[in-house]
Design a protein around this ligand. Structure first.
Ligand code: M6R
Length: 612
């Protein structure tokens, strides 16, 4: 949700900033801007500021190719306060034009601060909450940017990741974090500061993750991190494992398409080294729990948002049916503001691709405050949720750039299958059953490959139905959360209305929506729920509603009832979520293409939602 990048070093800063912002565009894309410090010889002159509404391509056009300067900051915005226009875009300057800031997060007390500063004669240019930070720093500035930032932070309420520069302090960038991620990139004679490592991967893989309350002051050859009490810290430098290629499109037309087709590999990575055939169980050392602690767990709770919540819903059904542990998945945004009962011997899993989702993070902290253990299931290494949880499972999907989550979802599923097996083997599951379960899990990457091979069939069906204004996605049991996920994918990238429903529920209301213009997409389980699902399909057909069915290959009966049929590889019913979700991802993708949507960066959305 908004992206920050800063650079100080020997190279032309404007290029590095624009390039970095392009990498961060998925975090927000309604406007962008850069602020570049004049070089030493011209110190004291105001900063060069360029801001543009729209995507980074617009900013790129506006930035002169030979813009001089070696230190600067940039920002790509997802609007919270103030409409989308050039003025509200970041960076923001103070009154003198010497201080520039970029900000991610929300300043909750900006109205009071603005009133105070206006009384002092400050003139505001934008409608944003962020601009107040520039003026506040200016108010406190007395020749030392770091001190002015620290003094200003004491007055800010809310969340922030900030980067700022001052025209009189050449080569220096000061950053601060509270609730919005900031990472330092340690280069060779150059330093970077960004909200996310993807912005710096082309320059360095040595990074320092700032913690809440920390401030960094950097020059090309050095950086200093201090905490809220002004103590200088000795932070650990981490190494980022992601390769640059992982954040390129590599021949695909967009990131979402690439990420959908990467799934056989990303799932294999999530499983790699974790399947223990000898003991018919899984090895998840990152949980950091002793056998005794694992045995003491009596119930599982999942907290998550969006697609990660859907993975959690599948995970909880597995915990119940495979491991015989009571389990429920909660929407993080709901849980936090209830007064949740935290039962003893419960373990909570915070599931998040980005590891930065504010709703999930705050819900997790609420649960921790009440004394329960929260484990993370995250993709982004070093993310806040990963760092604040007691242990967990990294899903190793690699960077997910498209706003619509696809490969992270199937890797989260893989993590839940491993967890369910681990718990099951501690209770009722036999060694033989464990080995059989693992045998099926091992086949999942190939099953997904088989489902993706239906690409052309799915494209043709998507084209046929691309005129529809409403869709129903229907599934039962483990396939109910998959139906929710299919509907979410379609909504978010094609802007077509879709409802995910439990197939058995349609007769309780939604069947009233059925008409020749409202297609129903059924996910057909291959167990005892198949016949019931077929009855539900017939109910829709009887009312003139078109039916698209995703079912096992060779299911002649389903093929004969449905108007359109997407065959997927046959597997045990327990593993059908893996074969059913890729067709839904592709269906949404092809409809969005037909409708000419921006698949990777759909309107109004941002990849990682760091505000509530
Ligand atoms: O990074 P997280 O997994 O915590 O994100 C949660 C949701 O914001 C996310 O899954 C969102 O629903 C996606 N855009 C869905 O494709």
């Amino acid at each position: 949700m908004c992206g920050i990048v800063g650079y100080t070093g020997p190279r032309q800063v404007s290029r590095i900033l624009v390039e970095g912002l392009k990498r961060l565009e998925y975090r927000g894309y309604d406007s962008a801007g850069i602020a570049v410090q004049k070089d030493v010889a011209q110190a004291g002159e105001p900063i060069t500021l360029i801001k543009k509404t729209g995507k980074i391509a617009e900013l790129r056009k506006a930035v002169p190719k030979d813009l001089p300067g070696h230190c600067g900051i940039g920002h790509t915005r997802w609007a919270t306060h103030g409409v989308v226009n050039d003025v509200n875009a970041h960076p923001h300057l103070d009154g003198s034009g010497k201080i520039a800031i970029v900000h991610n997060g929300i300043i909750e007390n900006y109205v009071a601060l603005k009133e105070m500063l206006e009384k002092e004669g400050t003139v505001f240019r934008s409608d944003t909450d962020s601009e107040v930070i520039a003026h506040l720093i200016s108010y406190h500035y007395d020749g030392d940017l770091e001190l002015a930032v620290k003094a200003s932070l004491k007055h800010l309420k809310g969340t922030y990741g900030i980067a700022c520069i001052h025209a009189d302090e050449p080569g220096r960038i000061v950053g601060a974090r509270n609730g919005s991620p900031l990472v330092i990139g340690v280069g060779d004679g150059e330093m970077l500061l960004a909200s996310d490592v993807t912005a710096m991967l082309a320059h360095t893989k040595r990074v320092v993750y700032l913690n809440d309350g920390e401030v960094v002051s950097m020059l090309p050859h050095e950086f200093k991190v201090s905490d809220g009490d002004d103590r200088v810290l000795d932070p650990k430098i981490d190494h980022v494992a992601w390769e640059l290629g992982a954040i390129e499109k590599e021949g695909y037309s967009c990131y979402m398409e690439k990420e959908i087709f990467e799934q056989p590999d990303s799932i294999a990575r999530a499983l790699s080294g974790r399947m223990d055939f000898e003991y018919g169980s899984s090895k998840l050392g990152g949980l950091d729990l002793t056998k005794k602690e694992l045995h003491a767990i009596e119930r599982v709770r999942v907290i998550a948002a969006g697609t990660s919540w859907h993975a959690g819903l599948v995970g909880c059904q597995l915990m119940e049916s495979v491991a015989r542990l009571p389990a429920t998945a909660e929407l993080a945004s709901e849980l936090r503001y209830r007064n949740p009962v935290v039962e003893p011997n419960s373990v909570y899993f915070a599931v998040s691709q980005s590891g930065e989702t504010a709703d999930t993070l705050y819900a997790m902290r609420e649960i921790q405050r009440r004394g329960s253990t929260v484990l993370g299931i995250c993709n982004v290494v070093g993310s806040t949720i990963a760092r604040e949880s007691a242990g967990g499972v990294y899903v190793h999907s690699g960077p997910e750039i498209a706003v619509a989550s696809t490969k992270a979802f199937t890797s989260q599923l893989a993590a839940f299958y491993l967890l369910a097996l681990l718990f099951a083997r501690m209770h009722d599951m036999s060694h033989h059953e464990g080995v059989e379960f693992l045998g099926r899990l091992k086949d999942v990457p190939d099953l997904v490959r088989g489902a993706l091979a239906q690409r052309d069939t799915i494209q043709a069906i998507a084209k046929k139905y691309s005129h529809a204004k409403d869709f129903l996605f229907l599934g039962r049991g483990l396939l109910y959360p998959i139906a929710l996920e299919g509907a979410l994918k379609l909504k978010e990238i094609s802007y077509v209305h879709a409802e995910g429903y439990a197939s058995g529920e349609i007769k309780h209301g939604p069947i009233a929506l059925v008409s020749p213009d409202t297609p129903s997409l059924f996910l057909v389980p291959n167990d005892y729920l198949r016949e019931k699902t077929i009855s539900n399909m017939k109910e829709i057909k009887a009312r003139g509603g078109p039916v698209i069915a995703v079912a096992d290959e060779g299911d002649e009966l389903v093929a004969s009832i449905a108007d359109d049929y997407i065959p997927v590889p046959r597997t045990h019913a327990l593993f059908q979520p893996f074969t059913m979700v890729p067709p839904l991802q592709l269906f949404a993708y092809f409809i969005a293409l037909e409708l000419g949507r921006d698949v990777d960066q759909p309107r109004n959305l941002a990849k990682s939602v760091t505000v509530e």
